[in-house]
Design a binder for this molecule. Structure first.
Ligand SMILES: Nc1ncnc2c1ncn2[C@@H]1O[C@H](COP(=O)(O)OP(=O)(O)OP(=O)(O)O)[C@@H](O)[C@H]1O
Ligand SMILES: O=C(O)C1=C[C@@H](O)[C@@H](O)[C@H](O)C1
Length: 294
């Protein structure tokens, strides 16, 4: 639905007096091209400093009302942006904004296998200037390059989980990391003790989307998905459902939850698979910001 909407938001910006019309009612008006397709009329309310020599060329925190004829209402209402906007720039700005609140604390991404912890985690770490670590990879490296599937097969799940806990213990002593945890890391309470040194975020992805992603790449590297005969999507869906029944509650221990269904709803998109890692990473930062500003 295309509609005319108005929205207020706070932003820090650099004003250039040459492009700005100063109105007698104490507001400024300028048109800003916010992407290829959308031109916003923006009205800015401000408090003019009375001090002599005040310059327009300075950073301001401004209250902006923004209206557009051709942007879906939900995008502006939610503070989200159309895909044609530069997602990376928005992500970088958001990352800068919350840096002071994060104060170097690590971010632990938790969620079911295939929920995008690694994909989103890498994007997030880049934006924050953090290092990225994947627990599964660290376990594999610690065991001389043995794959997770081989570790499960030769030593069993408990052995794998002990190594997972040890990796989390070591990571918990570090700073400025984004960590992609294994899908099952949430089942051991001790792991939460380590993750609570930082901020944990649950990437909550509908099982259907997980099954689609996992079926697309195959289940060979995933020891907990048994290789039964039958339709690959349906059997993956069934096994994921069983796992989620066992673990669903454990994921709610996370400090914040990022629901792909909620993001899609905000963007008036019906398919969570259309959400890019950058958009998901922006939502991760927004949820962390809400948490830290409480
Ligand atoms: N936003 C996305 N849109 C579409 N595909 C995605 C998205 N995020 C991840 N994927 C795909 O889903 C698959 C799983 O992603 P990823 O490895 O990041 O998940 P994970 O949570 O780290 O999984 P695991 O816990 O099994 O290591 C990959 O094939 C990846 O390319
Ligand atoms: O969901 C799980 O229990 C797992 C997920 C993967 O990340 C690996 O940690 C391993 O395959 C177990």
């Amino acid at each position: 639905m295309e509609t005319k909407v108005s929205q207020s938001l706070q932003l820090s910006t650099w004003m250039n007096s040459e492009k700005t019309v100063r109105k007698p009612n104490g507001s400024l008006r300028f048109s800003q091209n916010c992407g290829e397709q959308h031109s916003y009329k923006t009205t800015i309310s401000y408090h003019l400093p009375t001090r002599k020599g005040w310059s327009w060329q300075r950073p301001l925190v401004l209250k902006v009302s923004c209206s557009s004829e051709n942007v879906p209402a939900s995008m502006l209402e939610s503070g989200s942006f159309p895909a044609s906007f530069n997602e990376t720039k928005i992500l970088e700005n958001k990352a800068k904004e919350i840096e002071q609140y994060l104060n170097g604390r690590c971010i632990y991404l938790v969620g079911m296998m295939g929920s995008g912890k690694t994909t989103v985690g890498k994007v997030l770490s880049e934006a924050l200037g953090y290092s990225f670590y994947d627990c599964d990879t660290l376990i594999e490296q610690a065991l001389g390059g043995t794959t997770v599937a081989e570790i499960f097969k030769s030593h069993g799940e408990n052995f794998f989980r002990d190594n997972e806990t040890e990796v989390l213990r070591k990571l918990s002593m570090m700073h400025r990391l984004v960590v992609s945890t294994g899908g099952g890391a949430v089942v051991r309470p001790i792991n939460w003790r380590y993750m609570q040194k930082g901020i944990s975020v649950w990437l909550d992805v509908p099982l259907e989307a997980l099954a689609r992603r996992i079926t697309a790449v195959g289940t060979n590297s995933r020891p907990l998905l048994h290789h039964e005969s039958g339709d690959p999507y349906l059997k993956t869906m069934k096994q994921l459902s069983t796992l989620f029944e066992e673990r669903g509650e454990a994921y709610t221990n996370a400090s914040a939850r990022v629901s792909l269904e909620n993001i899609a709803a905000k963007l008036r998109d019906t398919d969570v698979c259309n959400l890019t890692p950058a958009v998901i990473a922006i939502e991760v930062l927004e949820q962390i910001e809400t948490l830290l500003k409480k």
